[in-house]
Design a protein around this ligand. Structure first.
Ligand code: UGA
Length: 433
């Protein structure tokens, strides 16, 4: 079996590589020639644990190919996944320009029956829209179907998630399309992965519903944490007790400085916008977004309020730049938000992150990059733990304090206990405890 994946971003690259591991011949295609050149030279445009070895193995075994010749790849394949970016527009709605371009090119190069599979997160109804564009641009000689197969990969754990998914969602409009897709995922089917077989619109909504629900859990627990701060209650115990209720579950109940990344903020705003245009007021979604925006502002204010004479001229060390551990992705990262606000307040900001320093420096050139947590802390008036990389979980707080100028420690991921910080003579600020 052979397939094509259009778009070698995060989703496309992992999906293509994963499917080629199943023995399928996969061509990943991208209009970004530089990206394809990089991939063909054995390098990856992103950091993701385990991905490099997997790509190299599949390339070596001749099942994974990279190309920038979109037209030929379309003509050469009957099953084409679309995994191009769907960035947000300024008003929160989804920019479908990339999807439209691919659909037009498919239409112009339709030379046989084709099954188009939307892997990108796209507004409900996009499947139908893509089919319409393809039909408009083709001569009507060949049949085309559009399916939806949303992805639920987490950055930093994407390879593991690909091979051990909680479920595979297949939204199709014919038995033929369903059977092609079931066949593609046969190894997971044999492993008894649950398959949700549904229509295209439902599959499209499932993706938004999953992300919105997870984001809701985070905003909910952050609000509980803020209530804790005002009452002397402890969010760690609240989370544990809630999580032990099996109807709630313990995942995604870690209070912090709010969710970031390329998915939750964008998908939530998009669903709010989609609901708006359907004449439905998605009140809960709006609240989740608002709480998340406030959470990072609240974190900044905590730092700012701790300096009675202002932030100007102060040195702040930030530990972590990526939006979460095990990725170099800084999109919508709360750490970057804090760094930006601190720089605007004329503080000197030193930052350390195991993987995301280059991206951080590119986004905010005034940042001073350090090569370790302790180097970042030298002469700092405050240290802010913004991303809970494993290596920040066992810091020698005595050593940290000894190189600092001040004694403020903002543990915005609730990694340490107050006692541990105070033993090291640090003034401890956490979220909700
Ligand atoms: C998320 C979903 O988890 C994936 O299932 C989905 O495929 C993906 O979006 C997507 O739509 O492509 P991801 O953005 O990689 O994956 O990150 P998550 O691990 O879900 O974390 C998102 C944010 O929530 C991070 O900033 C994280 O720090 C924050 N978070 C997470 C919390 O603040 N508290 C928690 O308890 C959990």
């Amino acid at each position: 079996m052979k397939i094509a994946i259009v778009g070698t971003g995060y989703v496309g690259l992992i999906t293509g590589t994963g499917l080629s591991s199943f023995g399928i011949d996969v061509t990943c295609v991208d209009i970004d020639k530089e990206k394809i050149r990089l991939l063909n030279s054995g390098k990856l445009p992103i950091y993701e644990p385990q991905l490099k070895d997997l790509v190299q193995n599949n390339v070596k075994e001749g099942r994974l190919h990279f190309s920038s010749d979109l037209e030929n790849v379309i003509r050469d394949n009957n099953v084409i996944f679309i995994a191009v970016g769907t960035p947000p527009k300024a008003d929160g709605s989804t920019n479908l320009a990339g999807i439209q371009d691919v659909a037009k090119t498919i239409g112009k190069n339709l030379n046989s029956y084709k099954l188009i599979v939307n892997k990108s997160t796209v507004p409900i109804g996009t499947g139908r829209y893509v089919r319409k564009i393809i039909e408009e641009y083709s001569d009507g000689k060949y049949e085309v179907e559009v399916a939806s197969n949303p992805e639920f990969l987490r950055e930093g754990a994407a390879v593991r998630d690909f091979f051990h998914p909680n479920r595979i969602v297949l939204g199709t409009s014919s038995e033929k399309a369903l059977s092609i897709l079931t066949d593609l995922y046969r190894p997971l089917y044999l492993l008894e992965t649950p398959f949700i077989k549904t229509n295209v619109e439902t599959a499209e909504l499932i993706k938004y519903a999953a992300n919105s629900f997870l984001a809701t859990k985070i905003s909910f627990i952050n609000e509980m944490a803020n209530i804790c701060s005002k009452t002397g209650a402890n969010i760690a115990d609240v989370s544990e007790a809630l999580g032990l209720d099996q109807r709630i579950g313990k995942k995604f109940l870690h209070a912090g400085i709010g969710f970031g990344g390329s998915c939750f903020p964008k998908d939530l705003r998009s669903l709010v916008k989609q609901a708006d245009s359907l004449g439905y007021d998605f009140i809960l979604g709006k609240g989740v977004v608002k709480v998340n925006e406030n959470q990072r502002k609240y974190a900044f204010n905590r730092i700012s309020d701790a300096f009675k004479d202002g932030l100007k001229g102060k040195t702040i060390a930030i530990l972590g730049a990526s939006f979460k551990p095990e990725t170099d992705d800084i999109r919508e990262s709360p750490a970057i938000y804090l760094a930006e606000r601190l720089l605007k307040s004329q503080a000197t900001v030193k930052i350390y992150d195991p993987k995301a320093l280059n991206n951080a420096k590119a986004a905010l050139p005034e940042l001073i990059c350090a090569s370790s947590s302790y180097e970042a802390a030298i002469n700092a008036d405050a240290v802010v733990l913004a991303t809970e990389w494993n290596q920040f979980r066992h810091l020698d707080l005595h050593h940290l304090k000894s190189v600092m100028n001040g004694d403020l420690f903002f543990d915005f991921r609730n990694v340490y206990t107050r006692q541990e910080a105070e033993n090291a003579k640090l003034k401890y600020f956490a979220i909700g405890k």
